[in-house]
Ligand binder design. Structure first.
Ligand SMILES: [Zn+2]
Length: 378
């Protein structure tokens, strides 16, 4: 709108200057003959006509400018077209204005999801370790694995997992079987309650001593096995058990488990962070694309949840391309992701109630069991 004002004030200034010129004929008339006076008089008429034409043009220009003025200034017009039809009501146009201040087009979050402090402790990405105890849910979230054991084995009938972890494991073992013919992966242990964990811990203390127990077994309440997202695996064939990571025919499994949302939870080179010695048998479901991002960036779950994700809020979301493996960082509210890309961002819990902004759908939200939530846009 500021562009319009100089034009409006500029035209009257020109008009004032023209209005002073009729003084000229007066000066001429005083000493001149009638003929000459007539001649001058004719010139004055010509000048007045010329001025009239100039004034008419000026008036037309003013009218045109005023008609143009309701259109937004040029820079805004380009962005406003994004919002669609010209016939939008004024209130809608005004509400668009604050979002389009920047060069980039930043959307409002499509929706907000209100979560509570209890939600921080639930979901596929919860970190359960020596620092963060598992908060047992009030409702049953576990499914028995046996009925779906097509191409794997279970040690007991009540071996159980959460549904997303079980779905992924069924796909993983079916594809392992199709690729290699191996159908003997044995789930030695999956969900364990607090009492069972206490028995195991005491058993290891009794058999190997307290140092061994502390190095390999989590304290009751602090075990990933409470979550229903973790499993200990071996290969059981011809009456003998084999380590899954060294058994000759499970190379495909070792190369592909992260494509199904699983991570090797206690890698050898991360023992100083996890405070659990290397466990080649313990796999944890975190979901996609998290397992692939962790693999690409060589993070254990502590590094991913405590150090990495809190730096990637909605304005610097992790963008993972499942086709190329490329990772970049984007503003989730302005970025138009492709079908191959997933976005991941962190929202800190505000305690009590937290309104979590959703940049796009479909989405999943998990608590981290530390201090916030992780939103995944797939
Ligand atoms: Zn385990």
């Amino acid at each position: 709108m500021d562009d319009k004002n100089p034009n409006v004030s500029g035209v009257p200034l020109k008009y004032t200057a023209n209005a002073t010129s009729p003084k000229k004929p007066q000066r001429r008339v005083t000493k001149m003959s009638r003929r000459r006076y007539r001649k001058d008089y004719g010139a004055v008429i010509a000048l007045v006509l010329l001025f009239a034409v100039v004034i008419t043009f000026s008036v037309i220009l003013i009218i045109r400018n005023e008609k143009k003025a309701p259109d937004a200034p040029e820079t805004e017009t380009g962005i406003v077209t994004e919002s669609g039809a010209e016939s939008e009501s004024e209130t809608e146009s005004e509400s668009d204005a604050p979002e389009t201040k920047d060069e980039s087009i930043r959307r409002e979050a499509a929706e907000y999801v209100d979560l509570t402090e209890a939600d921080v402790h639930d979901g596929d990405l919860i970190l359960v370790n020596h620092n963060y105890a598992y908060v047992f849910p009030t409702e049953d979230v576990l499914l028995q694995m046996k009925p779906r054991a097509e191409h794997f084995l279970v040690s007991t009938l009540d071996t159980s997992l959460r549904s997303a972890a079980l779905d992924a494991f069924v796909s993983l073992t079916n594809d392992l079987y199709d690729a290699t013919g191996v159908g003997e992966v044995l789930v030695v242990s999956s969900f364990r309650g607090e009492e069972k964990q206490r028995e195991i811990y005491q058993d290891r203390v009794d058999r190997y001593g307290p140092e061994y127990a502390a190095a390999y077994v989590a304290n009751p309440g602090y075990s990933e096995h409470h979550t229903g997202l973790a499993m200990d695996l071996t290969v059981y064939t011809d009456g003998a058990s084999y380590d899954i990571e060294t058994y000759g025919r499970t190379e495909w499994f070792m190369q592909n488990y992260d494509r199904y949302g699983y991570v090797l939870r206690y890698p050898e080179d991360k023992a100083d962070i996890t405070l659990i010695n290397y466990e080649g048998w313990h796999y944890r479901y975190v979901g996609l694309p998290h397992s692939l991002i962790m693999d690409s960036l060589d993070f254990c779950l502590e590094e991913y949840i405590e150090d990495f994700l809190p730096n990637h809020t909605i304005d610097s979301a992790v963008c993972y391309n499942g086709a190329t493996g490329e990772i970049k960082y984007v503003d989730a509210l302005s970025y138009e992701k492709s079908a191959d890309e997933s976005l991941v961002y962190y929202v800190k819990s505000e305690g009590g109630k937290t309104s979590v902004p959703i940049a796009a759908t479909p989405y999943e939200i998990s608590g981290d069991n530390v201090a916030g939530f992780v939103v995944t846009i797939k």
